[in-house]
Every structure is written in structure tokens, then in C-alpha cells.
Design a protein around this ligand. Structure first.
Ligand code: XUL
Ligand code: CO
Length: 441
């Protein structure tokens, strides 16, 4: 049975193709710095946005027309699995990601929820045997059900903490069963609304306790996936504890967790935190903590997490620049935590959206690699900091000086000569590279 009958395999046709159902820039076999695009970009489909979400918003019901809409309950869950593997194959994506509740409906008890999950997990496992697509990561949804209204591991109610622990335990078992390469923790409601009713220290201590328990249990069951924290500053909670990479890193270091986690960085979460996407990638990279990416984009005119498919080539280029400097994503990948707009309700929009996102990152990768090959920014930055390579600068970086010696040096200076940062010139060069994406430079 086919769910997307009128769509064939999506193939690379090159930048001159007029076929909307073809890749223009994503050529899985094209080599970038010794890796094929497929190996470097490691694209993943988000199960929740692509197969589970119905397109509801605070003002209206779902709009998505899906070929499995006539099913319900476990039949719907099974139909979605069938449709998803057909989609993965037609899109030629190597990975997918899911929350527990995306793939199987919650039952009236935890035991029944787990039973539902077991049925679907065994079905997914069967598909994985023959499919090329693998599981990049799974996670537990600990934010949608009303039980999480005050948080999960950071809830004031110990019963809720216990329930969260049970969900994570099951999530780790599912990840192991399906060969997940990563396991994600996004603290959807791990934060607070008002200090008037909050013991922030206990809440953060408890969050760290859950993470330690997860590390211990994964070790016990030999689940060797990389653990990822996904920072987000707000939404749904007003103040979220994993605000951004820097905040998350301080948390991990304080609680002796830094050796066990890396970050899953989402573009729209970065901008909600008042940073650029590349800023968050860079903070993670320079600290050896860049694990994976939730690839999407926000809307500068709207203040919330719009989770749009990434099409901004400037942003994908600067993101890929960081990823290439990181030597790739290792066990991580580029997961489209992105949804088609409410008005893009037809099944083929899912294909157009993924093609747009994959092509945008392919362009970004090609342009970023060219910038690196030509050392355009590298050489400029190198020169900009050259005063630290000799004389007093070298003494500073080698720790061979102190305030007294530096004062003596400064007193002897009669003129400080600064140089231009050349921001506008550099941006024009990046534009030149972007416009020449398929050129012969
Ligand atoms: C929410 C979000 C989540 C995580 C996984 O903003 O990004 O979907 O990626 O829980
Ligand atoms: Co995300």
C-alpha cells in the first residue's frame, strides 16, 4: 500500500532543473572535504512535525490532509509508521527522530502506554531491518500531558519526578532496541513561571539527579548513544533552565555531567535566546560540545518558535561553517525540527519542504567549504589577532606577564593603533561566494 502514490523517488537533478520534486543542490554523492554530502549532512526527519502534527494553532483546528487521517488509535499509529518509511525512502533521508508519544498513543495508565509503545517499536524495528533510514535520536515527551503542568524532573511533586524517571527509563530502552545513535533531553517545562512559588535550587538539583540516573541506567543496559541537551530559553515555560548553550554548559559543569553530554542546537531556540544560530554552534564547538542540530528557522517578525523549514542561505552557510570547523557532526545530524505552514496542508508540501531544507543546507555546506578552502575569513581573523603572536601579546597568552609588567608596558605606549574590523567588506565577500555556489572559483 502506498501513501504518497503520486510522488516518485526524489533525485538530484542539479541547479538548472525546473522539477519541483527534485534536489537542485543536495547531491548525496557529492564529496565535500573528503565526505559525501550524505555523510556530512546526516539529514533526519522529525516524526512529530511530519507525521503526527495536524496543523492546529491557538486559533484553529488541524488543517493537514494526510493519507492516514481516516484511522484512529493504534491503527493510526501503525499507518503513520508505514507512511513514514515510504516518505524516508522517497526523500532518501538517512535518519529520523521521534518522541515516544509521536509514534504511539498514550494509554490510560503508564503500563498501557508502554504496551502501545512496545507494539509500535517492534513494528519500527522490522522496518529498520530493511530500510536504509536509521534512528538519529529518540526522546520522551514530558511536556504535553497535563501531568507535566509544573514540569517533569523539576516539578514540585515527587510523584511527577518518579513518572518522568519511568518515561526516561523506557525511552532509553526504546533507543537501545532501535539502535538510536543519540538520546535527547529537551526540558520543555523544566523551568519556572514565578519565584513566588519556586525552589529553584531544588528544581535544578533534581534535574541533575535525573540526568545522573539516566547515565547510570544507559550504562547498565549498554545503550551507548550520545546524550544531548537541547537548550531553549522560553516557551512553554517563561524561564527555562537550559536557556542557551552557555547556561547549559555551566549547569553540566556544576553537576559533574559535562563529560556525558553534548548539545543539540536548534536554530529557532538560538534566536529566541537573542543569539544567532551560528553563535550557539560556535559556543558549543569551542567547548567541544557540538553534538547535533535541530535545523529550522524562526521568523524575525514573530516572537515565538515558528519552526519553519530552513531556507535562509546566509544562515545555513554560517551554520555549516561552524559544523565544518567542528569536523562534522560525529554521531549527530541535521534534524528538521520544522513544520510546514498551516496553509501548506497537502501531503506533497512535506516533500517540497524537505527538499527546500536539504537544498539549503547543501548550498550552505558548499559555500562554507569554499570559504574555508580559500581561508577567506580564517586569514583575516588570523591577521586581526596577530598581535598575540609576538612581543607583549605572546607574553600575555603564554602567561608570562602580570598587571605590574603590563602597566609598565602601557605607560611606555605613546599611541595605540587600532585596525578596521571590515565587517561590511567581509559580508560582501560572503555574498560573492554565495552567488557563486556552483561556479568555478
Ligand atoms: C521544541 C523542540 C522539541 C525538541 C525535542 O521546541 O525543539 O521538539 O526538539 O523534544
Ligand atoms: Co528541537
Amino acid at each position: 500500500m502506498s501513501y504518497f502514490k503520486n510522488i516518485d523517488q526524489i533525485k538530484y537533478e542539479g541547479s538548472h532543473s525546473q522539477n519541483p520534486l527534485a534536489f537542485k543542490y543536495y547531491n548525496p554523492e557529492e564529496v565535500i572535504n573528503g565526505q559525501t554530502m550524505e555523510e556530512l549532512l546526516r539529514f533526519a526527519v522529525s516524526y512529530w512535525h511530519t507525521f503526527t502534527a495536524e496543523g492546529t494553532d491557538p486559533f484553529g483546528q488541524g488543517t493537514m490532509v494526510r493519507p492516514y487521517n481516516h484511522f484512529s488509535g493504534m491503527d493510526l499509529a501503525k499507518a503513520r509508521v508505514e507512511a513514514s518509511f515510504e516518505f524516508f525512502e522517497k526523500m532518501n533521508v538517512p535518519y529520523f527522530c521521534f518522541h515516544d508519544v509521536d509514534v504511539a498513543p498514550e494509554g490510560s495508565s503508564l503500563a498501557e502506554t508502554n504496551k502501545n509503545l512496545d507494539v509500535i517499536v517492534s513494528m519500527i524495528k522490522d522496518y529498520l531491518k530493511t530500510s536504509k533510514t536509521k534512528l538519529l535520536w529518540n526522546t520522551a515527551n514530558m511536556f504535553s500531558n497535563p501531568r507535566w503542568l509544573h514540569g517533569a524532573a523539576t516539578a514540585p511533586n515527587a510523584d511527577v519526578f518518579a513518572y518522568a524517571a519511568a518515561k526516561v527509563k523506557k525511552g532509553l530502552e526504546v533507543g537501545k532496541e532501535l539502535g538510536a545513535e543519540n538520546y535527547v533531553f529537551w526540558g520543555g517545562r523544566e523551568g519556572y513561571e514565578t519565584l513566588l512559588n519556586t525552589d529553584m535550587k531544588l528544581e535544578q538539583d533534581n534535574l541533575a539527579r535525573l540526568f545522573h540516573m539516566a547515565i547510570d541506567y544507559a550504562k547498565e543496559i549498554h545503550f551507548n548513544a550520545q546524550f544531548l541537551i537541547e537548550p531553549k530559553p522560553k516557551e512553554p515555560t517563561k524561564h527555562q533552565y537550559d536557556f542557551d548553550v552557555a547556561t547549559g554548559l555551566a549547569f553540566l559543569q556544576k553537576y559533574d555531567l559535562a563529560d556525558h553530554f553534548k548539545f543539540n542546537i536548534e536554530a529557532n531556540h538560538a534566536t529566541l535566546a537573542g543569539h544567532t544560530f551560528e553563535h550557539e554552534l560556535c559556543v558549543a564547538r569551542i567547548n567541544g560540545m557540538l553534538g547535533s542540530v535541530d535545523a529550522n528557522q524562526g521568523d524575525p517578525l514573530l516572537g515565538w518558535d515558528t519552526d519553519e523549514f530552513p531556507t535562509d542561505l546566509y544562515s545555513t552557510t554560517l551554520a555549516m561553517y561552524e559544523i565544518l570547523k567542528n569536523g562534522g557532526l560525529g554521531a549527530g545530524g541535521l534534524n528538521f525540527d520544522a513544520k510546514v505552514r498551516r496553509g501548506s496542508f497537502e501531503p506533497e508540501d512535506l516533500f517540497y519542504a524537505h527538499i527546500a531544507g536539504m537544498d539549503s543546507f547543501a548550498v550552505g555546506a558548499k559555500v562554507a567549504q569554499k570559504l574555508l578552502d580559500d581561508k577567506v575569513l580564517e586569514d583575516f581573523i588570523d591577521q586581526r589577532y596577530s598581535s598575540y603572536k609576538e612581543g607583549i601579546g605572546l607574553e600575555i597568552v603564554e602567561g608570562k606577564t602580570d598587571l605590574r609588567k603590563l602597566e609598565t608596558y602601557a605607560l611606555g605606549l605613546d599611541d595605540i593603533k587600532n585596525e578596521s574590523g571590515r565587517q561590511e567588506q567581509l559580508k560582501a565577500i560572503v555574498n560573492q561566494y554565495l552567488l557563486d555556489v556552483n561556479g568555478s572559483k
